[in-house]
Design a protein around this ligand. Sequence first.
Ligand code: 13P
Length: 252
Amino acid sequence: MKKRQLIVAGNWKMNKNYEEGRDLAKDIVERLQPSQVIVILATPFIHLNSISNIIKGVSNLKLGAQNCHQEESGAYTGEVSSGMLKSVGVDYVIVGHSERREYFEESDALLAKKVNIVLEKGMTPIFCCGEKLEVREANQHLELVENQIKNALFHLLPEEFEKIVIAYEPVWAIGTGKTASPEQAQEMHLYIRNLLAKQYGEELAQATTILYGGSVNAGNAKDLFQQADVDGGLVGGASLKAEDFVMIVNSF
Ligand code: 13P
């Protein structure tokens, strides 16, 4: 067993109405076996309060949000603050998902602010990084991910950084059914861990959880999770079916 925390997080994205969300969460609670794996449900905002109650009492099941605003509060119509998330029992916030970078033009500088406010509220950012296909084809994926991490995270002090979870999600593998090979995932995860070691030291780098995301499913999770530097997954489509999601959780 690896020393660092093993995590499987389900990113529901913009799926499930209120009743469907409650049903899915209840189904997951029923199927989940006690284990050392932290399981996170990162749901749309409307579900957070009710699902917080459904998962209460399952110690390894945690609530996540998919985004938050970078300011404390104020005139930001349509936005949700980190303090609001905390107040309904959220422990983890996804920051910098590639869909937010792409469709909402979130920059590294903005993500650095979001990381800060999530940490200030005592929650854990799940910081996403990953390259598009053309970047990988140009063999610049390592450099791109390095810059994403440096720009959004390396202002943190070690005692702040130790609370961060990183998710490597190659954009070409998201929702495409084309997952990174275990070797491709391991190569990047090791590269990230070495980068963290240079900045924060070996001990902190070894203790950092680095998740893989991009077409993870019940069939490929085991091979991915067996890689030395892959500490779990950030799962999109396959997190919307309780049976598949719990099979992924059981894949370590
Ligand atoms: P898929 O698992 O649907 O490819 O999505 C991955 C993802 O974006 C998780 O955040």
